[in-house]
Design a protein. Structure first.
Length: 346
């Protein structure tokens, strides 16, 4: 005859417990046919159950599995646009190389034309707060940088540092008189600083023009960066593989081949230009090509980020022109940095 359960055992069973467990025995698990007990609203959900069977991987974490189930749309590559950017890079290369044959003062006008295009295109493409103030400050900084680059005696980068500081101060003062006050002031100041640094950077070519072997160094570095950009965009037009990102219409093959061809072109320029050596010129050309390619690619990533954030895009041609213009602008200091090494033929 079975033993009569005690009151304690009755209470234990009434609330879902197992009397055997209370007495130290093994706990009875749920029957195979019984559903798993609900753990309340705070219980975590296994996101891997949402994946199709063919995508299920037991070694994936819930977050990785959920991310894999949500794929970003792939942006198609526009071949005509890639060809247009290759053409723009070629035109900028020819303009900078041909302009370097002029005297420093006329060459400053060529540089100012590139600076003006950079400021206008970058401002329209990035759509910063208070765009008029940002553009005016950058243009004034470009004029000041070109003026001191031509007139400073002796030629050096020192005056350009003061122009950069003055441009930043002007940007701060411009934000203080904005009608909107301090709304998005950090973003606007950041845009002003980027543009001021860009226009001052390319003005360093005018300073380099006034130094020994300056023309040869400018030609070699500009050719290396220009060939890299042209080759990268041509490969994007014909063979954009592998894609660097689904939302960025660029191919990794063009980046790699562009860097190699830019290095070779700079080395060839060092072989034919008087006073330069092929090997150090090729190394300097590699640095310029890599910087130009990365800046150009970062412009595409920035545009993709703005579109994913839901920001209304600017004119499609204008926002893509910012890449090559920014690449030439920010790769220019490499020429000045490499001038001492190339002059000694190391």
């Amino acid at each position: 005859m079975p033993a009569t359960p005690t009151d304690a055992d009755d209470d234990w069973a009434r609330f879902g417990g197992d009397p055997a467990e209370r007495r130290g025995g093994p706990r009875r698990g749920p029957e195979p046919h019984e559903p798993a007990p609900r753990r309340g609203r705070s219980a975590p959900v296994d996101l891997r159950d949402e994946l199709p069977p063919e995508e299920y991987d037991p070694e994936l974490s819930d977050e990785v599995a959920a991310a894999r189930s949500r794929e970003l749309p792939t942006v198609p590559v526009r071949r005509l646009l890639a060809l247009a950017m290759a053409g723009l890079s070629f035109v900028l290369t020819v303009a900078m190389v041909v302009g370097s044959q002029l005297a420093p003062a006329p060459y400053a006008f060529v540089v100012f034309a590139v600076q003006l295009a950079f400021v206008v295109i970058w401002t329209v493409a990035s759509q910063p707060p208070a765009p008029r103030i940002v553009a005016v400050v950058a243009i004034l900084a470009a004029l000041g940088a070109d003026l001191v680059a031509v007139s400073a005696n002796p030629a050096s980068l020192g005056p350009l540092v003061y122009v950069t500081a003055g441009g930043f101060v002007a940007g701060v003062l411009g934000q203080m008189i904005r009608p909107a006050g301090r709304v998005r002031v950090t973003e606007s100041l950041g845009s002003s600083l980027v543009l001021v640094l860009g226009v001052v950077s390319i003005a360093s070519l005018v300073v380099l023009k006034r130094e020994p072997l300056g023309t040869q160094v400018i030609n070699a570095i500009v050719i290396g960066a220009g060939v890299a950009l042209v080759a990268a965009h041509l490969f994007d037009a014909g063979l954009p593989v592998p894609r660097v990102a689904p939302t960025v219409p660029r191919g990794g093959l063009g980046i790699v081949v562009g860097g190699m061809l830019g290095t070779a072109a700079a080395g060839a320029a060092g072989y034919f230009l008087e006073g330069l050596e092929p090997l150090p010129t090729a190394i300097a050309g590699l640095a310029a090509a890599v910087i130009a390619l990365m800046v150009d690619l970062s412009a595409d990533y920035s545009e993709s980020s703005r579109q994913l954030a839901g920001i209304a895009p600017a004119l499609w041609l204008v926002r893509h022109m910012a890449g090559p213009l920014s690449a030439f602008t920010l790769a220019a200091p490499v020429a000045y940095a490499a001038s001492t090494v190339l002059a000694r033929g190391l």
